[in-house]
Design a protein around this ligand. Structure first.
Ligand code: 1GP
Length: 243
């Protein structure tokens, strides 16, 4: 399946499901809520891996028709089970393994499913407090108010051939990415803009869309409030109807 991240004409909601955080029962509930809300994509992955992600993907695909994108936190999570694979380059960081090393290791495996690979320029933004991504990647995030650095990084990602830019506050971030940073990046790039981290209320989701995000990614917020995914999709629908 060729996954297209919506761009300009349509906005999308993705729900992040971490294999380490779900139970059989919570997954069934998550799937039911997501189908009812008409979630666009599931992202499957997480920072740590005690349970294989392919089991989770299989279950999500059994329970719903929603496309599943692998959002690998590490090489152990590499699998051909997903409909799409985010090939993430952590372009805000200077860790060579996350810029090219892991990609070289993964490439011989990914070549067999190359149509499903989506190269993503992943930009970690400082949003108050150290996040798991920052620690696990051993990289420094872009300072929260340095919009020009985020823009330059996103432009570099686009010109290097990335098919989307992901502005990431980090899972469970206290604050989402500043809307001024989303606006600044959106004004300069011509590829889809994804944002996530700390989007735990309908207002924050709406602000991210207004600022120019094409897709929002929700994780923790949905674990804490099972109505959030419904509200997020209603906000998305409001934007998509107005087009
Ligand atoms: C993580 O952006 C996602 O990559 C989701 O973050 O868990 O804070 O919603 P949250």
């Amino acid at each position: 399946m060729k996954i297209e991240i919506p761009y300009r004409q349509r906005k999308a909601v993705a729900q992040l499901v971490d294999p380490d955080k779900v139970t059989e029962e919570s997954l069934v509930q998550t799937a039911e809520n997501a189908v009812r809300a008409k979630v666009d994509f599931f992202l499957a992955g997480g920072s740590l891996t005690s349970v294989p992600v392919n089991n989770l993907i299989e279950k999500l695909k059994r329970l719903t028709d929603i496309p599943v994108i692998l959002f690998p936190g590490n090489l152990i999570q590499l699998t051909a089970e997903a409909d799409g694979v985010f090939l993430l380059s952590l372009i805000s960081g200077r860790n060579p393994e996350l810029l090219i090393g892991n990609h070289v290791i993964a490439a011989p495996f990914l070549k067999n499913i190359r149509e499903s690979v989506i190269p993503v320029g992943y930009i970690l933004v400082d949003c108050g407090g150290r996040t798991s991504v920052e620690y696990m990647s051993q990289t420094s995030p872009v300072p929260r108010d340095k919009y020009d650095i985020a823009v330059a990084t996103a432009l570099a990602g686009e010109m290097l051939g990335m098919k989307a830019i992901y502005l990431e506050a980090g899972s469970g971030a206290t604050l989402p990415v500043d809307i001024k940073m989303i606006e600044a990046v959106k004004a300069e790039i011509t590829i889809p803009l994804i944002t996530g981290g700390g989007l735990n209320t309908p207002d924050k989701i709406e602000e991210a869309f207004i600022a120019g995000a094409d897709m929002v990614v929700l994780g923790n917020g949905c674990e804490k409030n099972d109505q959030l995914i419904k509200y997020a999709c209603q906000v998305r629908d409001k934007f998509n109807k107005s087009k």
